[in-house]
Design a protein around this ligand. Structure first.
Ligand code: ATR
Length: 273
């Protein structure tokens, strides 16, 4: 039997084991996927035996950047992003990938396609997009948005981090009181604000959405938070006329892409709660 895992701290909330174990079962693959709590001070020790025990893993907060120094190879996209969320053990070598950016892109394009009749994959080309948040996950989202040709704006509670992220990806940093200067075609939440048990919170004020709205153009809101599914951020955006795309779709796509890297097989559609 092959063993896989997701490491992070905290990790008990992760739905990755449910996703991957259901996929292994659906394809009758003899493998098991567990959640393993690894504290930052224990990462080095964990990585010293990881390749002997496991065939692959996913990596989440707070290890996505620090894990890179224990890998033999990191693919070009993950290196540009500066973070790894998937590690595959291949012939004894540890190889790092990032499926957050590609999972986001797939979820975004599917979500947009569902709600506009004349869908064009280049719909973000030269269009303003606002990223709310400037942590590790936001780097993957900015990378994806640059691939799609968007004009990138970043805002964050800690402005210096927004400035650094914007400058790394050729975007612009905005202070909280400058948000009405743009009329974004897409707004993405990449903070943890609004996650269970703080379901009533949003990193964007409820009245901001109406100021951004440019009717009749269809604008979009994307929340990378997936628990709860319908976040306050998305609810507020819908009131103003934005179309929402849930983080659950990104979670499923990043997981499916990791599954394909682990097994070389296409991930089956699975239902998780
Ligand atoms: P991740 O890897 O998921 O991006 P992270 O690097 O810890 O995790 O980043 C979390 C993001 O959520 C950051 O942008 C953080 O803002 P700061 O850079 O100011 O810390 C943002 N965030 C977390 N809690 C927040 C809160 N209560 N209000 C606003 N932003 C918050």
């Amino acid at each position: 039997m092959k063993h896989f895992c997701v490491i992070g701290s905290p990790i008990s909330h992760s739905r990755s084991p449910a996703l991957h174990n259901a996929a292994f079962q659906a394809l009758a693959i003899d493998a098991r996927y567990d959640a393993v709590e690894v504290l930052p001070e224990n990462l080095k020790e964990f990585m010293s035996t990881f390749g002997d025990i496991y065939s692959g893993m996913n990596v989440t907060i707070p290890h996505k950047e620090t894990v890179m120094k224990y890998l033999d190879e990191v693919d070009d996209c993950a290196r540009s992003i500066g973070a790894v969320n998937t590690v595959v053990v291949d012939g004894g070598k540890l190889i790092g990938y990032n499926t957050d950016w590609s999972g986001f892109t797939q979820a975004l394009l599917e979500g947009v396609k569902k709600s506009v009749a004349d869908f064009d994959a280049a719909f973000l080309m030269h269009k303003p997009v606002l990223v709310v948040g400037a942590g590790g996950a936001a780097r993957a989202i900015c990378f994806a948005l640059k691939q799609l040709g968007a004009v990138l704006y970043v805002t964050n509670r800690t402005h210096e981090k927004a400035q650094k992220l914007a400058s790394d990806f050729g975007g612009h940093a905005l202070h909280a009181d400058e948000l009405s200067k743009i009329q974004p075609l897409l707004v993405v939440n990449v903070t943890s604000v609004g996650m269970t048990p703080h379901e009533n919170e949003s990193p964007v004020s409820a009245d901001q959405w109406a100021q951004w709205r440019v009717s009749p153009i269809q604008q979009f809101a994307f929340d990378c938070v997936y628990a709860p599914r319908d976040t306050q951020f998305l609810k507020d955006s819908e009131v103003a006329g934005f179309k929402s795309i849930t983080g659950e779709t990104m979670f499923i796509h990043q997981g499916a892409q990791a599954f394909e890297l682990f097994t070389g097989r296409k991930a089956p559609p699975v239902a998780i709660d």
